[in-house]
Design a protein. Structure first.
Lengths: 341, 170
């Protein structure tokens, strides 16, 4: 068999496994960071420094009983977590996580480090993300419980509202990058301005980056925008009635979605795998991983620092501040590209 | 081969949409049908149209549909009588619907016979226009600028109308 083909299949499998692993690392990271922010020790019983805690968590979840409320819609109740987790993983398919590699000369030609390079990549990402909403909405509706329904309703309203700002922030980067492929956008961020400022789009798009990150946090339903699962009001929101593996699916989907949003932000704004200074090829991918984890740390840091907003504040903010700012940013970028580009 | 699979999924889902008692299931089957259509666009070498189909129809519009169905909480369609075929065909809405359906059918037959007879002129150029996002943009804002602006005004009118209906006292 062609070694390049095997390498490409290997890249796909590796991406999938790494995505799963990163979710497990995030679970531990979340608990450890939360503990340090609250002056606690965090998990430290399972494995050295609590490193095996995610494994223990998963095993515990899988051995629980799978419950389904009697009045639930059986088909949709089963379908919802599957949809959620599938959309989360599928979205990563168009996200490149490195340039090309020859595996230190083992391969006859360089193999790109990504699952698929679609020429409308960013739009595909957007389409898959919008499919992910159905998982949450259906979970909320099919559980036939008032808390779940309210959680599902809130999340759909929230995701529709913030998807607009998210898309408009993306649009401004596309104008700069002049391409819909994430690989092309990253490749345009190589090099430096004046010899020391990295050519990252965050320098040109500080407002866009801010809008993107706020909308990204809202899209992934994370604190301070975690209304679909506001514990004090809704028990656990859309996944109140879920247990065992289907609950694990929602859990996994949330963390994978965080990784996807961070990875897209790194590729669009923070120069992807291009660092401020180049590293040797063997560890070249470290820039990308380091940037993604820096953003993920920011996510966790924010969750344990900021209190949850009120629901009307969220809607008010999304439509009356974030969206106009995103529109103005897009118009200003378009004018600038027309003038200087 | 893939065409028949996708077309089959789209048609089967569309037929099932009409047959469902539960409006929630209807909405979801409609999404499946839209995704089938998007697959057909990919086969026609226009990934942009396919992705737009999923974002606009599969994503935005159907989420709003779901929202409405959830808020109305219409778990089961209320039927006045248990008969599936309405006995009273004399009703005015039904008559209008029947006339519209007949017109629509005639239109489809006319369009299909016309397309089948005439060979597609400049197929290569058309394919190139559909493929590239840049060329779609140029076509919309130059050749089809009038149609684009008229559509925008139509949507604006609909939006103003919706606000006017929803908010009695502005």
């Amino acid at each position: 068999m062609d070694p390049v083909l095997i390498a490409q299949i290997g890249v796909i499998l590796f991406t999938f496994v790494m995505l799963l692993t990163s979710a497990a690392i995030l679970v531990l990271m979340e608990r450890k960071v939360a503990a340090f922010l609250q002056q606690r020790l965090g998990p430290n019983r399972v494995g050295p420094w609590g490193t095996l805690q995610p494994v223990a968590d998963i095993v515990k979840l899988l051995f629980k009983e799978e419950l389904r409320p009697g009045a639930a819609d059986a088909i949709l109740f089963t379908l919802a977590p599957i949809l959620s987790v599938t959309a989360a993983f599928a979205a990563f398919a168009v996200v490149p996580w490195g340039g090309t590699t020859t595996l230190w000369g083992l391969l006859p030609e360089p193999v790109p480090l990504r699952v698929a390079d679609v020429n409308v990549g960013i739009l595909v990402l957007f389409a898959i993300t919008s499919m992910g909403i159905y998982g949450i909405v259906l979970a909320g509706w099919s559980s036939n419980s008032k808390y779940s329904l309210l959680g599902g309703l809130r999340s759909s309203a929230q995701m529709i509202s913030y998807e607009l700002s998210y898309g408009l922030a993306l649009g401004a980067v596309l104008l700069l990058g002049n391409s819909l492929s994430l690989t092309d956008v990253v490749n345009q961020q190589a090099g430096h301005w004046f010899g020391f400022v990295p050519r990252w789009f965050v320098v040109l798009q500080p407002v866009g980056f801010l809008v993107f990150m706020i909308a990204g946090v809202a899209e992934t339903n994370r604190a301070p925008f975690d209304f679909p699962e506001a514990e004090q009001e809704l028990v656990a929101g859309y996944h109140t009635e879920y247990s065992s593996f289907s609950f694990a699916c929602f859990f996994l989907a949330e963390y994978v979605n965080m990784v996807v949003v961070s990875a897209v932000a790194v590729n669009l704004y923070l120069g992807g795998w291009h660092g401020p200074f180049p590293l040797p090829e063997a560890v070249g991918g470290l820039w990308w991983v380091a940037k993604v984890f820096a953003l993920l740390f920011f996510y966790i840091w924010m969750r344990w620092t900021l209190p949850r907003y009120r629901y009307d504040q969220l809607m008010h903010f999304g439509w009356k501040y974030l969206l106009p700012v995103a529109v103005l940013n897009l118009l200003a970028t378009a004018a600038a590209v027309l003038y200087w580009g | 081969m893939l065409f028949y699979v996708l077309a089959g999924v789209a048609i089967a889902a569309s037929l099932l949409v009409v047959g469902q008692r539960n409006p929630m299931h209807s909405v979801l089957l409609l999404i499946v049908s839209f995704i089938g259509l998007a697959g057909l666009y990919v086969l026609l070498d226009s990934p942009f149209a396919a992705v737009t189909q999923i974002i606009v129809y599969g994503g935005a519009i159907m989420v709003l549909f779901l929202f409405v169905v959830m808020l109305l909480n219409a778990t089961q369609e209320e039927m006045p009588a248990r008969t599936t075929i309405p006995v009273k065909i004399g009703g005015r809405p039904l008559r209008v619907g029947a006339i519209l359906a007949a017109v629509f059918l005639a239109e489809i037959v006319w369009a299909l016979t016309r397309v089948a007879r005439a060979p597609i002129a400049g197929g290569e150029a058309v394919a190139a226009t559909v493929q590239s996002v840049r060329q779609i943009g140029i076509a919309i804002f130059t050749t089809h600028a009038f149609a684009f602006e008229v559509t925008s005004i139509l949507i604006l009118v609909a939006m103003v109308g919706a606000v006017a209906l929803a908010k009695r006292n502005l």
